[in-house]
Design a protein around this ligand. Structure first.
Ligand SMILES: [Mg+2]
Length: 578
């Protein structure tokens, strides 16, 4: 118990209505939606009292906020105490009590795991309004096994050796699964791979040169801190061009490219070979591009389709459902027709083209969405024709073209069209910003990350991290050396927990969506360009076609979070696992 001279602090902590925001945000982030207790008279005395009521979707976040309330509105508390020992004893008793209450909260959160098949909304959108559904192909309709990454890596590595005269010793490198995550930035000049947050700050501990981390001190010296100025960030589409020295890797096909960059860098450093990082980046980029352009990947997948395409996803059922409900459908993909045809035959069946009103291949996205110059060409069994296209007809195949012509020929404009793709920039950005179509992002990594967030280990760790952070925030006001020594211990413990929460997702780079507390750069772009996002197109099967997706109203930093909180996204139609 705290000294009697500190009653105001105790009451303040549980009764101050403005101090609860941090936990609410976190509870919202993990989509908890149950657990009620009533706060009627100051602090709770024990776990039993703490957990005595249940099953109200409004109150778990409120409860957590009350336990972990973080924002002290009174920066300097007046207190008297007989000695430093008393004060440190009291600080540790507070620590133990918060820890105990946090642990009591874990089972409640655990009972409300998030369904990985939920569709999450960034922007309100009703399927009732959608008349036309459009799709990208790779990683939207077709999902690939990890064998494909190994295949791309091996072909590109061999192109480097055989066509760009890179050292034969590179053949000792194999694709390393789970080494990198999507959305990372690569500094082309410095040959460094790293994760950057929504505010352009590098997440220290996630900077890699080759296959090894770069010490934080070195990173801070190179970038004069950890902030990356706008002028050297990647351009709008994530590319390194026109003075931008950063490249952002945004699609799933880029995992083998990042892997290869790291391996070649590693080889050069290990053998003390002097090399130019810019040349290396461009050569690897070209080799990876050649894997697609020269058709090696397409031929390999077509030859052994069962090895490379995951049939588990229910693409066929989704397309059938939309068709049965009278929806128009179209496909716009950068892949060539033979490759798409082989895959769709496998996934959907020989009659797959009957489901689509328009099929466009080799579209050259994102240029397709913003370059008016390329006309459509018709693809036939006899080859590509040269006649002018006046109509886009069902049953025909077209290549190239552009969206302006597409809109003119179809009249499919505005928010009655929903387009799905996995590449946040190439598939979705222009549609959102220029053309007003609704957009859906396919993020297969969500399934793995949500499953991790549903584990007891993760919930326990994150709960305590939030509790500890709130404790540090409130107790930092005690400036005497003995108290500060205690707070410093907590800060060090917090740093250790932050590092472990990163490692739970990926030892090198952590979660795709967060850098510790902040959203990643990837997350920021995702929330800007996608109205809804989900792990797979199959998630649509959980909803009827009248469903409206509502984003949760999470409080802004200056807003009090007193009103009842909305159930988590997907609370209707794709319920929590419990
Ligand atoms: Mg794709």
């Amino acid at each position: 118990m705290p000294p009697l001279s500190l009653p105001r602090m105790c009451i303040f902590r549980y009764k101050n209505k403005d101090s609860f925001q941090g936990l609410a945000t976190w509870c919202s982030a993990i989509h908890t939606d149950c657990g009620t207790w009533s706060l009627s008279s100051g602090r709770l005395s024990n776990k039993a009292q703490f957990l005595k009521t249940t099953s109200d979707s409004v109150s778990l976040a409120r409860t957590a906020r009350q336990v972990w309330g973080r924002r002290s509105t009174t920066p300097y508390m007046c207190y008297t105490t007989s000695s430093n020992d008393d004060r440190t004893d009291w600080l540790w008793s507070e620590y133990n009590e918060i820890k105990s209450q946090t642990e009591a909260l874990v089972p409640v959160i655990l009972r409300n795991s998030v369904n990985p098949d939920t569709i999450f909304a960034n922007n309100e959108m009703s399927l009732h309004d959608i008349e036309i559904y459009g799709f990208d192909y790779d990683y939207t309709l077709a999902f690939y096994s990890s064998h494909l990454h190994t295949l791309i890596f091996n072909i590109a590595r061999d192109i480097l050796i055989e066509e760009h005269r890179y050292p034969e010793g590179l053949r000792e490198y194999e694709y390393i699964p789970n080494f990198v995550v999507r959305g990372l930035h690569y500094d082309v000049q410095k040959a460094l791979l790293m994760k950057i947050d929504a505010f352009h700050y590098i997440q220290l501990g996630t900077v890699y040169r080759g296959l090894h981390p770069v010490p934080d001190k070195e990173v801070i010296a190179m970038y004069e801190g950890s902030h990356v100025p706008l002028e050297i960030m990647s351009d709008f589409y994530g590319k390194s061009s026109h003075g931008h020295t950063m490249k952002q890797f945004m699609d799933i096909f880029s995992l083998p490219e990042m892997n290869l960059l790291c391996c070649v860098n590693d080889y050069f450093m290990k053998h003390n070979i002097d090399y130019e990082p810019v040349h290396l980046y461009k050569d690897v980029k070209q080799a990876i591009g050649d894997v697609h352009v020269k058709g090696k990947m397409y031929r390999a997948v077509e030859a052994d389709i069962e090895k490379y395409i995951c049939y588990g996803e229910q693409t066929h059922a989704v397309l059938k459902k939309l068709s049965e409900n009278g929806k128009k459908m179209f496909l716009i993909t950068n892949s060539p027709f033979d490759f798409v045809d082989r895959g769709m035959n496998y996934i959907v069946g020989k009659d797959w083209r009957d489901l689509f009103d328009i099929v466009i291949v080799q579209a050259d996205k994102p240029g397709f969405f913003n370059d008016r110059r390329k006309p459509f060409r018709r693809v036939t069994d006899r080859g590509v024709l040269w006649d002018r296209i006046h109509h886009l007809e069902k049953g025909q195949i077209y290549k190239q073209g552009n969206l302006y012509e597409f809109l003119r020929l179809t009249g499919w404009m505005g928010n009655k069209v929903l387009y799905f793709g996995d590449h946040i920039y190439s598939d979705l950005a222009d549609l959102t910003l220029r053309h007003g179509w609704r957009t859906g992002a396919i993020i297969p990594e969500l399934r793995k990350e949500i499953k991790i967030m549903n584990t007891e280990e993760y919930i326990h760790t994150m709960s305590w991290l939030q509790g500890l952070t709130g404790l540090v925030e409130r107790m930092q006001v005690y400036r005497d050396p003995a108290s500060q020594a205690v707070v410093q211990q907590w800060i060090e413990e917090r740093e250790d927990i932050r590092s472990r929460t990163k490692d739970i997702f990926n030892s090198q780079f952590g979660s795709l969506f967060r850098t510790y507390h902040n959203p990643t750069y990837f997350s920021r772009r995702l929330s800007r360009f996608a109205d809804i996002y989900m792990a797979s197109i199959s998630c649509l099967l959980n909803y009827d076609l009248q469903h409206t997706f509502f984003p949760r109203r999470t409080p802004l930093q200056h807003e009090a979070s007193l009103w009842p909180e909305q159930c988590s996204a997907g609370g209707v139609g794709a319920p929590h696992l419990s």
